[in-house]
Ligand binder design. Sequence first.
Ligand code: SF4
Length: 112
Amino acid sequence: MDLATAAALMVPGDLSLDELVRRPSWHRGAACRGRGTAVFFPSPGDSLAAARAVCADCPVQAECLSTAVADPGLQGFWGGTSERDRRMIRREGRTPGGTGAGRARLSDRATA
Ligand code: SF4
């Protein structure tokens, strides 16, 4: 029996496997899907260039960023932003996604 079949038998209601593992439906289109997670959880001081490059071409970046900004406890690089970037977005009350100028101000260094 495959995992999806097993999950369908064990989960009441209409929960999908994505819901079961708490991945929103937009994640199906994520550019990072199937990639390793190391680049999205860098050590302090590491460059975020690789993560930014993946996110820059992601078709669901807006959804990802909105989700990440709405969850202050979320760690790592999401929606093209570091934790520090998202704190700045919340502090400034900016709309996730912002403008090109706003995004250009975001740091390129990982911070805890
Ligand atoms: S924006 Fe980045 S972290 Fe978010 S789903 Fe896309 S590739 Fe993954």
